[in-house]
Design a protein around this ligand. Structure first.
Ligand code: SF4
Length: 492
């Protein structure tokens, strides 16, 4: 946890830091006598007093003290990226353990960092958080935190996280709650491991910790286990097949409504979309999901939100921008039926020619059906197969669309952090290192990311129309998609 200060990489001209003689390359060692641990800790420490004492280390090894009257405001410095903390657990369904060989090194590094849990909603098992770190969360009010509980039964939890010392997750959760920290929780459910009575106990234990005001369990989601075709030498884990998913949906859908009723109408127990897609049943309506779409990033409500947006969009004049377009939409097998229905409705309403093709995941195996884990080569294969089926013409479509989720690494948006020296966020690159420009060059047609909804998608297609997949238009297309602008151009 302890670091020897945080390096300053930029100093704003005219800022308090510049006045105090701080220069890029210096290291901020302490604020008001307390060691500075990282960027979040800096933000906390610097806002505690109107007058702030600093201890600075020069690159030549000399150090000096300074005092600034900052009125609880920042100093005008940019700090170096923090290193993501690496997980030491051994969860039986850890995705990193199930990765095929040969991908870039950064994808095999397991991150588990409560700072990312606070900043970006990443789930943490808290296994790497000792008492000092839990106290820090409380002191700096890093709330809410997202915790992978998996099971409150100690024996089951040890089996899941593969660490005999991490059975008592409720002790850690309680320490946070007592400190006034709110907690969103999740369980990845595997048949025979933490379902049945163990899951019911998990629900009961966490529901008992729900509380109005500060310091309560805000939500509990359940997500079906995800297994790839690469589990050599790993413990046997049963998969969630469609029959199991159907039973789960039938059993727990009424419970979601029951808990919501007892929670002033706000859904507390949440079922991930994948239960419904694996079961092959329609996702429930809007009332099934929390008002704030809690745990959307965890795959809870993404499909419903997409459907709602699509329904409104198709009725809007803007939808006519799709008129006459021949577009191939590639996605994962689980989302393809939903997207196909939306595309068919759009085609009917505005005369577009959108076609949806589910791409098989050769890289991770057929059991992996989510769009976000499709690799560049999987998408390339699907596009080539479609072109061959349509007669092999080079202009068989006007554009190919790939899922934006497949252009993000599994670690998600973490601009502030590095993982063992490597930048975590590598936008514009698929998991297997094929780039979007590389795919576009191979296919010979404009190739654009989907964005989060039809409106984003149309923005991207229009940017392609302008031949403007360079400079500003590309930047704006990526901005709309919530992506960083990668290097290179995307027109073939
Ligand atoms: S905590 Fe996360 S990264 Fe660590 S082993 Fe478990 S699933 Fe993998």
């Amino acid at each position: 946890m302890a670091q020897k200060g945080v390096q300053i990489i930029a100093v704003e001209p005219g800022s308090l830091a510049e006045e105090a003689g701080i220069r890029p390359g210096d290291t901020l060692l302490a604020i008001n006598g307390e060691p500075v641990l990282d960027q979040l800790n800096y933000q906390f420490l610097v806002t505690q007093r109107d007058e702030t004492g600093l201890r600075i280390l020069r690159p030549d090894g000399s150090a000096f003290e300074a005092s600034v009257e900052n009125g609880g405001e920042g100093l005008g410095v940019d700090l170096a990226q923090d290193e993501v903390k690496v997980c030491k657990q051994n969860c039986v369904f850890c995705f990193v353990h199930q990765m095929p060989k040969g991908f870039r090194k950064s994808l095999y590094l397991k991150d588990e960092d409560v700072r990312l849990s606070f900043l970006y909603g990443h789930f943490t098992t808290l296994s790497s958080s000792d008492d000092a770190e839990l106290d820090r969360i409380v002191r700096e009010r890093l709330s809410p935190i997202h915790v992978s509980v998996h099971a409150t039964d100690p024996v089951a939890r040890v089996k899941v996280v593969g660490n005999p010392r991490e059975g008592h997750i409720l002790r850690k959760v309680d320490r946070l709650l007592e400190g006034g920290i709110d907690v969103h929780t999740q369980a990845v459910v595997a048949p025979g491991l933490n379902d049945g009575a163990i899951w019911q106990q998990t629900v009961d234990d966490l529901w008992a910790r729900r509380k109005a005001g500060r310091g309560g369990v805000l939500s509990l989601s359940c997500v079906p286990v995800g297994l790839t075709g690469h589990r050599e030498n790993l413990p046997a884990v049963a998969d969630v097949d469609s029959a199991f998913a159907r039973d789960w949906v039938a059993r727990w859908t009424p419970e979601v409504r029951k808990y919501a009723k007892a929670n002033d109408g706000e859904p507390w127990l949440l079922l991930a979309d994948e239960w419904f897609t694996r079961a092959g049943v329609e996702v429930p309506g809007r009332a099934f999901y929390s008002r704030s779409w809690a745990q959307l990033e965890n795959g809870v409500g993404l499909v419903r939100r997409f459907l709602e947006h699509s329904r409104r969009f198709i009725k809007s004049p803007r939808a006519r921008g799709f008129m006459g377009r021949r577009v191939l939409l590639l996605t994962g097998a689980s989302f393809a039926p939903v997207l196909s229905r939306v595309a068919a409705e759009l085609n009917r309403q505005v005369g577009s020619h959108l076609r949806v093709v589910p791409a098989r995941n050769f890289s991770f195996g057929d059991s992996v059906t989510v769009a976000g884990l499709l690799c560049g080569e999987d998408l390339k294969y699907a596009a080539h197969a479609d072109r061959d089926q349509k007669g092999g013409r080079a202009d068989w479509v006007d554009a190919v669309v790939v899922p934006s989720a497949s252009l993000r690494t599994h670690t998600g948006p973490t601009d502030q952090y590095t993982l063992r020296g490597q930048v975590v966020r590598e936008e514009g690159t698929f998991l297997d290192d094929l780039t979007l420009p590389g795919l576009a060059a191979d296919l010979g047609v404009p190739t654009v990311p989907s964005g989060a909804n039809l409106s984003h998608l149309l923005d991207h297609l229009e940017a392609a129309d302008r031949g403007a997949f360079r400079g500003g238009a590309l930047a704006s297309a990526f901005h709309t998609a919530g992506l960083n602008l990668p290097q290179g151009a995307y027109n073939p």
